[in-house]
Design a protein around this ligand. Structure first.
Ligand code: IPD
Ligand code: CA
Ligand code: CA
Length: 260
């Protein structure tokens, strides 16, 4: 199947999902709760997902789909779309522009296309296998910083008390070793910020495939590395993610190991 056509579809659905999200941005909206009182979903998460999925189903009826708001279709298909209709829902619900639509495409379990679109910031990150990564059509690359002590790091806190507790240990250690740590609230954007050099590394525990599939290919096409905390290959069911510019990957792995 043609990579360029698949990439164009990913861009089209990210834009369509972003348009739906923008209809509700900055306005009061219906909020429901999922795994906990801090795990939110709004009516626009659902509407954006429906819009995205309808376009994909129409164009590619044989493809599988894994989407955050309770949708899983034919995950054994050769091509599987992995979708987070709004990544950063808490920001979105609180009128912060740091949220994104994340569209990843797997071919035989390997990410081949990724689009992360932050409509309220007018930033679209795109990557396709072997074609490099772009931000608003301009090529991007990871940073060339070689030490944690000169790095700005990103992290996030999944909605689970045990995971938060453990990550605070990593945070408490790395805050002293790095130049700064930031917590954006959208894992997909955290990964794109590594891909274009605003961050030098990002780690988080408890993530799901829809948070990271697009980001995985965007980082690797921008020259960075994505793994689990031990340097192992990141798979569809991996939850602990470490990504970086590649240069500080080993030092980050050692820092996480020593902190725990
Ligand atoms: C969340 C965001 C957040 C991260 C959480 C994710 P959601 O996704 O990416 O930054 O820390 O782990 O679950 O719920 O806004 O789609
Ligand atoms: Ca998410
Ligand atoms: Ca989401």
């Amino acid at each position: 199947m043609e990579l360029d056509a698949l990439k164009q579809t990913a861009i089209e659905v990210a834009q369509a999902g972003g348009d739906v999200a923008m209809q509700g941005f900055g306005q009061s909206k219906q909020i429901d709760f999922k795994s906990s009182d801090t795990d939110l979903v709004t009516e626009f998460d659902r509407k954006a997902q429906e819009t995205i999925v309808n376009i994909i189903r129409e164009k590619y009826p044989t493809h599988g789909i894994l989407a955050e708001e309770d949708l899983s279709i034919d995950l054994d298909a050769e091509y599987v779309w992995v979708i987070d209709p709004i990544d950063g829902t808490t920001n979105y619900a609180h009128h912060s522009p740091i949220f994104s639509v994340s569209i990843g495409l797997l071919h035989q379990n390997d990410p081949i296309v990724g689009v992360v679109y932050a409509p309220a910031m007018s930033e679209m990150f795109v990557a396709a296998k072997g074609q490099g990564a772009t931000l608003n059509d301009m090529p991007i690359q990871v940073s060339n910083i070689g030490k944690i002590s000169q790095s700005v790091l990103g992290t996030g806190f999944y909605y689970d008390d045990q995971i938060i507790k453990k990550n605070l240990v990593y945070f408490g250690s790395l805050i002293h070793q790095s130049r700064a740590i930031r917590r954006l609230g959208s894992a997909a954007l955290d990964m794109c910020w590594v891909a274009m050099g605003r961050f030098d590394s990002y780690w988080e525990m408890g993530l799901n495939a829809w948070d990271v599939t697009a980001g995985r290919i965007i980082i690797s096409e921008a020259g960075g590395l994505v793994s689990d905390f031990e340097g192992g290959k990141y798979e569809l069911d991996t939850h602990n993610l470490l990504c970086s510019n590649g240069l500080i990957h080993d030092e980050m792995m050692a820092a996480l190991r020593e902190a725990s």
